[in-house]
Design a protein around this ligand. Structure first.
Ligand SMILES: [Ca+2]
Ligand SMILES: [Ca+2]
Length: 242
């Protein structure tokens, strides 16, 4: 019996280690989750009513020279640059990253624009948001999706009286209202992937009404469920043979 417990514990630990990742688990309004696109360069992923959101790197440990400066690090409403709560995510931290992108069809001149509003919820806590171009540049090489082209980056910039971001008290949901014309509006969200999130991820996915549950998640969670059972059966058979 003691051996069975040890095997169960060991398999559970493997599950936690392998599944250190963070997901966009639900979206509302204009924000729609997609797989990482080929490009988010201006003109390459356009839509007049959809702000696209996708996961970038997963479970990445920031290296020695890779401190990441961010613009928002606390719950609250941000509708101008003066509201920002800047900070640094330091080397050694395990992070996941996510990207939001709006780009209206064609080129719209001031004062016209397309407005996008919606929410995105993550299964892990947000460490920081990048909404300004200064911080955005330099983070693409570290946190960008490996096969996505980030040429000619943009940022949200929080135009006063027009644009805002609300970060929820639990640091897991953002509400975005952005207005885009000439260029693109882009936001990078960095979440905490310290340790593992196997149990947390499963619980969050099954609790959420509008969850984005991919077939790969289902297969993974099924594997996590079956692995310990298989291990125990194997151990019992092995002990009976001795
Ligand atoms: Ca455009
Ligand atoms: Ca804008």
């Amino acid at each position: 019996m003691k051996e069975i417990l040890v095997v169960l514990l060991a398999v559970t630990m493997v599950c936690i280690g392998l599944n250190a990742h963070a997901n966009i688990i639900s979206t509302t309004g204009a924000i729609t989750k997609i797989d990482p696109p080929e490009s988010v360069a201006p003109g390459s992923l356009e839509h007049d009513t959809v702000m696209h959101a996708f996961n970038e790197v997963q479970n990445y440990t920031l290296q020695e020279t890779e401190d990441i400066s961010v613009n928002i690090t606390a719950p609250g409403t941000y509708d101008e640059e003066a509201d920002l709560t800047p900070g640094v995510i330091h080397a050694g931290k395990q992070v996941c990253s996510h990207f939001l992108h709006s780009d209206p069809v064609g080129v719209i001149q001031d004062p016209d624009y397309k407005a996008y509003e919606g929410t995105a919820t993550f299964d892990q806590k947000i460490l920081g948001l990048i909404v300004l171009l200064n911080e955005r540049e330099g983070s693409d090489n570290i946190l960008g999706a490996p096969d996505t082209d980030y040429t000619d980056p943009g940022a949200m910039n929080l135009r006063p009286d027009h644009e805002y971001i609300i970060v929820s008290q639990d640091m897991k949901t953002i509400t975005v209202h952005t207005e885009t014309n000439l260029h693109v509006d882009q936001i990078r969200v960095i979440t905490d992937c310290t340790g593992g999130v196997c149990m947390a991820s499963t619980a969050a996915s099954s609790l959420d009404a509008n969850l984005v549950y991919e077939s790969s998640d289902l297969a993974k969670h099924l594997a996590y469920f079956l692995l310990p059972i298989g291990a125990v059966i194997g151990l019992v058979i092995w002990r009976r043979k001795r």
